[in-house]
Design a protein around this ligand. Sequence first.
Ligand code: SF4
Length: 313
Amino acid sequence: MTYSWGDSRRFNSYKRFLLQKFGTRVQKLTIDAGFSCPNRDGTVGVGGCTFCLNDAFNPSYCSPQKSVVQQLEEGIEFHQNRYRRAGAYLAYFQAFSNTHAPLERLRELYQPAIEHPLVKGIVIGTRPDCISAEKLDFFAELQKKMFVSIEYGVESCHNATLERINRGHSFECACEAIRQTAARGIHCAAHFIYGLPGETPTMWLDDLATINQLPLNGVKFHQLQIIKGTAMQHDFETNPADFFPFTQAAYVDFIVQVAERLNPSFVVERFAGEVPPRFLYVNNWGLTRYDVVLQQIEARMTQLDTYQGRLLK
Ligand code: SF4
């Protein structure tokens, strides 16, 4: 069976999206361009989000001590040796908040990626309170030349949770950034975390009615990963009853329910997160890699004969 997104996989996959868009296998190259974060440097707050330890989220080859060009070249070499199949690359500015600088500085930092012959697009990870009309106009202009995607960390639809995790912005702020981005025709994705304290699976499934109404192109879902040494570890130790630490099997079941309620036009960029186990304070998933979890999710969908958006009218 071919689903509305154009292939037989039971969800609207990022792999299919990229293959259709670029006509070849595309690999993301993660770049740390040395940005800071307004939730750490005092612009919005200090201390950062309670779950955050950027070292845990970045691949080893990327470091702000290296220039963007060097990171691109090393990333391409790494992926060519490992996979050998990518025909094009996306520069993924992932670490911290990649629009947290004046526009002129952003232009300088992005330029090596924009000019690189093998880089066909840029993906910008940032906070929704770290964007402006001026910056979005720049991205809207840039996307006439290459693919541009902006990924906003939304994390939760609930302001009480956002306050508890010291996020420093509201859900309404995230919705507005998404709308402003979509209004310029820029590919826009949002990141959500399942497992934040005080929330429940019922809330997350209900939230999809709201998320489905946002003008998004893509979504990323992560299970909460409690990283050693973070404020989240302390919150977990102090208030364990407020947490819902998914086992891997429970998460697979849960995320299939999410997919069944998810707008089928949204490309699923990730269903789960992956952090090197040495960083984890709570690790009830063992050493399982994301590709194995993804296989389990698809197998569960097949077993239930279900697919993305099945429960939507
Ligand atoms: S998660 Fe993002 S916004 Fe929050 S502290 Fe870390 S880098 Fe800053």
